[in-house]
Design a protein around this ligand. Structure first.
Ligand code: TXA
Ligand code: MG
Length: 362
């Protein structure tokens, strides 16, 4: 098949997806971070379908995804008309962040325009927006000519999908869902979320691959951590990823400190016999670190933070399918570039295990 006919075919499929969104349907699509479960941001019934399909509480707000303006490869493009229907006011800082990072894995929270549906903001007076970089997401959004709300395309509290097959597995037997296939997601963890709605300081709500230092270096804007400006508990209803349990596999998952696999096992009361141990590709094998009653198997993981992020959910999903009794991951090293994956791993540990539905899973 020539590349032309491939392009033509995907374009036909994308047109179908656009029609499905216009008809109030759900469409799963690839972004550079994870796959999203999309619906028309102006259709309250379609938005309700997202919440019921995911099993997500209706007060957890969604991100609106927008197309980048035409010719977004130019140095300065005009994002103001793109955002005007959604946000009440657009500060200088907001425009700096947008020009530096959109389209890309950065979500910004603004005071919302009054026309933005309460169904999507969970009743809050703010709205989260991002322009994803994946070409299929961009084509879908450009052709749709409107905002698309899209949470990660997984059931609530579970591991986010990074391939079309993951999305299909997630909703198999539950929903006949149209899934646009854009291959494996490059970034692998969800977008960084920055709250600009308080008007004075920009606050990090969810760490991702775009870090506060990178933002400072590219825009001169200082990003504050929630604890520096507000009581952490005030954020809980806002960001579902800020609840303790999230992104969780069904197999129990624990972290181990460098070289302390056995300690991690002894802290786990029901040590069983089959344990998958993730080890950094930069480190020597654990085989000398044996345990008489345990069968270890090593899984090599990248020691570079970007590659680790891009493979994290893939590894968790694959290991979860393999019938292990316990999965051990090394604690990520200190350093801001690891904050995104550390955050996801800690919440995944907390929510993991067969009884995860009985704790504060979200
Ligand atoms: O990378 C991503 O952001 C992916 C892809 C699909 O774009 N989407 C994603 O959506 O991660 P979701 O729904 O799984 O996570 C969105 C997060 C939630 O934690 C939500 O609470 C937060 O964004 N959020 C949405 N609107 C907000 C608002 N107005 N204020 C604060 N947080 C908000
Ligand atoms: Mg999610």
């Amino acid at each position: 098949m020539s590349s032309d006919s491939t392009a033509l075919q995907s374009s036909v499929v994308i047109n179908e997806a656009v029609q499905s969104l216009r008809d109030g349907g759900l469409v799963a699509f690839p972004t550079e971070t994870v796959y999203g479960l999309g619906a028309d941001a102006k259709n309250p019934e379609a938005i309700k379908k997202i919440f019921s399909t995911k099993g997500r509480p209706s007060n957890h707000p969604l991100i609106v995804h927008l197309a980048a303006p035409d010719r977004f490869d130019q140095a300065q493009v005009d994002w103001v008309p793109v955002l005007a229907p959604w946000v009440r006011d657009l500060s200088e800082d907001a425009l700096k962040l947008i020009n530096a990072f959109w389209p890309g894995p950065l979500t910004l929270v603004f005071k919302k325009d009054k026309s933005v549906l309460n169904e999507l903001t969970g009743g809050q007076d703010t709205v989260a927006i991002r322009a994803p970089a994946h070409p299929i997401a961009q084509e879908l959004l450009r052709k749709f000519k409107g905002g698309v709300v899209a949470p990660s395309a997984n059931r609530f509290g579970k591991v986010s999908p990074t391939s079309a097959a993951d999305v299909r597995n997630e909703f198999e037997g539950v929903l006949d869902l149209m899934v646009l296939d854009g291959g494996d997601c490059e970034v692998g963890i969800e977008s960084t979320i920055i709250d600009l709605s308080t008007g004075d300081r920009a606050i990090l709500l969810r760490p991702g691959v775009i870090t506060p230092s990178e933002i400072l270096a590219k825009t001169g804007i200082q990003i504050y951590h929630p604890g520096e400006v507000i009581e952490e508990t005030d954020l809980l209803p806002k960001v579902s990823g800020s609840l303790k349990a999230h992104y969780a596999p069904t197999t129990p998952l624990r972290l181990y400190a460098s070289g302390r696999v056995l300690d991690a096992l002894s802290e786990f009361p029901d040590t069983k016999s089959r344990v998958a141990v993730a080890v950094w590709d930069s480190e020597s094998s654990l085989s000398h670190d044996g345990h008489p009653s345990v069968h270890f198997e090593e899984v090599v993981i990248p020691s570079d933070s970007a590659s680790f992020a891009s493979r994290l959910y893939r590894s968790l999903r694959d290991l979860d399918q393999q019938d292990w009794d316990l999965i051990l991951f090394p604690e990520p090293p200190a350093g801001e570039e690891w904050d995104g994956v550390r955050d996801r791993l800690q919440r995944a540990c907390f929510g993991s295990g067969p009884s995860s539905s009985s704790h504060v899973s979200n």
